[in-house]
Design a protein around this ligand. Sequence first.
Ligand code: ADP
Length: 490
Amino acid sequence: MKFNSVKFEISILYTAILGLILIAFSGILYLISNAFLHQIDQKLKDRAQAVDFTVRSYLGVLGDDHEAMAEAMAKTLAMKRENFLQRKTWKISQEWFQQSQELNLNNSYINIVSKDEKEVFSSSNMDQRMRLDFLEDIQFPSRSQAVFQTLNVEHKNIRVIDYLFTDRGVGQYLIQIGIAQDPIAQQLRNWLYSIAVSVPLILLLTSFVGRLLANRILKPVHEITTLANKITQQDLSARIKNRNFGTEMQSLVESFNEMIARLERSFQHIEQFSYHTAHELKTPLTIIQGEAELLLRRERTKEEYQQALRIVMEESRRVLKTVDDLLLLTKLGYTQEVFKFEQFDFVEFFHEIIEQNRLLAANKGIGIRVHLNNLNPPLMINGDRLHLRRLFFNIIGNAIKFTSEGGCIDIYIECSHGKVISSISDTGPGIAPENLKKIFEEFYRADKNTPGSGLGLPIAYTIAKLHQGEIHVDSQLGHGTTFKIILPQN
Ligand code: ADP
């Protein structure tokens, strides 16, 4: 697995999130169990101080030697009410009995040990085994007066305080008091230990699960990669099969398939385009070559040479026109810089175009009628004059080309909803409905014998599109054709 891979990131993220949750959970457990411990330690300290105070009280009346100490300890641990006859100590015993009840000392394990760990006085609830356990883990506090520890006695956790008792007369003793830990606190501690022990294992497992998950999520990506490696210019037919990938991946797969489909269409288009280009250039070049070969076969008359040269010139002009159109179409498709946008009055601009075409039409005996519908000049538009001129020349030129002598071309200009709409209607042969879509394809000509290379309308269409405009065509076979050019008004 690579360290900079998405798979690695997902599994690390997954593990990190779980790790953080575990740490937070353990932290809370730790704080709670510490609070429990603190509470229990405080209880132990209160009890140890009470025992310390009682022993001192007894010592105060019994004397200040080891024997008195032994008696004081015995009386303290007994926690009994003495009777009136024991004059010296009965009052202490009364109070101590009362206090030990309040402190619930009967539930505590009390053990008192001398400094040399010999003299042992224990509360009656401690058996031999427990006493040994207490003695085994004895800790004489060095700096503070008390130390705490948890002992495990017969599978029970007992919290113990080792409390130092010092008296100049009797020397040093250790008061050990233990109470069984609350089962809940004990459970919390156990959980804490279990979590601490199992964290590495859990994280290891999580990172493994994270990897599996990442593998599952990234499966379509692997498929796309494998497929992308298979795709070549020769075979663009491969697609990723539609399966249940999950919404996001599904849309990635769909986008990828659509991209391949678009690429396939583009390649097909380029193939056809190249084929048509070659074909379109081949015809005039073949004619030129044929004419030259024919001339060279034998000596020709001056008229024959002139006639042949005229044909060569005509065909060369055709080749040049096709090459020019192709270059323009390519430039329009790839570089927007060929456009020089400016603001100008469309009506004035259009009149110039009509006047120039009127002459061409008149030569063929065709009339041009112009209708300006409710226009308030100036009709400003933002566009490239040269290219728009080309657009209208191509369309009006076609109208003249396809209209027979005596026919008529009607041109309407109107303005509606911020758009300038120019309609050019001719009385020509019209276009068959099945061919209406094809006329905007490169090199399409309904009749291959009509002059032209079939690039005029694709150029016009591209120019209109690059001006955020549209071209629509409406035609009835035998009744003429109407081209509608819609351009946004500025
Ligand atoms: P060209 O540049 O050769 O004129 P176009 O792209 O302008 O080619 O036109 C392509 C074809 O569309 C024409 O050969 C013709 O079949 C059809 N067409 C275009 N305009 C008209 C029209 N006004 N009337 C009938 N057919 C038309």
